[in-house]
Design a protein around this ligand. Structure first.
Ligand SMILES: *[C@@H]1O[C@H](CO)[C@@H](O)[C@H](O)[C@H]1NC(C)=O
Ligand SMILES: *[C@@H]1O[C@H](CO)[C@@H](O)[C@H](O)[C@H]1NC(C)=O
Length: 403
């Protein structure tokens, strides 16, 4: 039992601990039997290792660099010696040399006996060999039947591996999250969530809570409903780049959450925190920010929702950007500034002194028929003037009303 619980962390973070493993095995009293077994098969592979280990337990690191290239070369050459072909995953395999594992263990056996792979205290190198063998056996990605039984072996898979998987079982997700906890598996967890949610899977509250112990790089893979259940502590742990892939719909859910989460901070710290979420902010909140001398940068302004920016007055935009106002000129052709400019009178825009173009020419009136606009794609401009033009406007208005 001690072996079983101690092993995964050791294997994941550590350099193989042949020395401590050996001590453990010696204390369990079966190393000598295994050595005798190895000698019986005429190999005696344990002898030099035992001798060295008994003299000095700190040899592992330098020795690795010597062993690895040799093991690689051997792999290319050697076939599995007679009688060494593995029929079962058990403790005997711990004493196989790396080239023997390469030659004598196959991916099908590892997949079939994954539970045993997790029980036996294999070294870092040995597990690496098993991982390569499984990958070769399943070049298209592991089948879900294996993923369900992976347990600690999950610590060996990469996000790229996971992106090939189909994960439809919430139980599987939960068990892999449990294994991942505390093991720097953020990228793998994100990939797992992406595959599960991408395949139509629903996360329950318990799973969302379990996710809170990982870095929230998975946020943009959650549906708006799932985001609604995310804890406020997750919002605190989120970095701006974690939100890069989020859609407008997702930001609309996250923004009010962030506003609640950050209500215990104020002033410039509040603005710094809320900034990455402003893509989901409504007009009223932008108005409120414009009164607080925040000097919003142009990069943040660019990410605001067009509908939220459109109702802002020139004075409000001016106050919102403050010292960063000059930067707007470079954005005049892009959303949301382009749409906003087209709603302003050119005369008022000119008063900003930025050289912004595209406003409503002087003497024109912007008629905002929101419903019609959706199909025509722009505001309606009417020339204001004496006589006949006014008649046109009146008949047009009449036509619109009667419509
Ligand atoms: C995942 O599912 C798709 C569609 O059913 C299938 O074509 C693919 O082979 C599956 N991949 C794996 C690794 O099971
Ligand atoms: C506000 O609350 C969060 C979590 O609830 C905490 O991490 C943070 O330190 C608090 N900040 C202040 C200024 O109280």
């Amino acid at each position: 039992m001690a072996l079983q619980t101690a092993r995964p962390r050791q294997g994941f973070f550590g350099i193989p601990t042949h020395g401590s493993l050996l001590l453990l095995l010696l204390s369990l009293g079966w190393v000598l039997a295994s050595t005798a077994q190895a000698a019986d098969t005429g190999l005696g592979v344990m002898t030099p290792w035992l001798q060295r280990t008994s003299q000095d337990l700190s040899w592992q690191r330098p020795e690795l660099t010597v062993i690895l290239p040799r093991a690689r070369r051997d792999t290319e050459k050697k076939a599995c010696p007679p009688g060494r072909k593995a029929q079962v995953v058990d403790e005997n395999l711990v004493f196989y040399e790396e080239w023997e594992l390469e030659a004598c263990v196959d991916g099908a056996l590892l997949a079939a006996q994954m539970d045993r792979v997790n029980l036996v205290p294999f070294t870092y190198q040995q597990l690496n060999i098993f991982k390569r063998k499984l990958d070769k056996f399943y070049p298209q990605g592991y089948p879900e039947s294996l993923i369900q039984r992976l347990r600690y072996f999950f610590l060996w898979v990469t996000p790229e591996d996971i992106h090939k998987w189909n994960v439809t079982s919430l139980e599987t997700v939960k068990s892999l999250l449990k294994v991942s906890k505390g093991n720097r598996m953020d990228a793998q967890v994100t990939a797992l969530i992406a595959r599960y949610v991408g395949g139509g899977g629903q996360l329950d509250k318990a799973t969302l809570d379990a996710l809170a112990s990982f870095h929230p790089t998975y946020l943009c893979f959650l549906s708006p409903e799932q985001l609604g259940s995310v804890q406020l502590s997750v919002v605190w742990a989120t970095r701006p780049q974690d939100l890069d892939a989020c859609s407008l719909q997702q930001m609309t859910v996250l923004y009010p959450k962030a506003r609640t989460a950050f209500q215990n901070v104020s002033g410039s710290e509040y603005f710094t925190r809320i900034k990455p979420y402003l893509g989901g902010a409504p007009t009223e909140d932008l108005r409120a920010l414009s009164r607080q001398n925040i000097n919003m940068d142009v990069a943040t302004f660019k990410k605001l929702r067009t509908e939220a920016v459109l109702p802002l007055t020139i004075a409000e935009v001016q106050k919102l950007l403050g010292t960063n106002l000059m930067g707007l000129k470079a954005e005049e052709a892009n959303s949301p500034l382009r749409e906003w400019i087209s709603r302003q009178s050119q005369e008022d825009l000119d008063s900003l002194g930025l050289g912004l173009h595209g406003g409503t020419p002087n003497g024109y009136l912007v008629l905002d028929f929101s419903v019609r606009e959706a199909s025509s794609g722009g505001p309606l401009l009417l020339r204001l003037g004496p006589g006949p033009v006014l008649t046109v406007i009146l008949s047009l208005l009449l036509a619109l009303i009667l419509n």
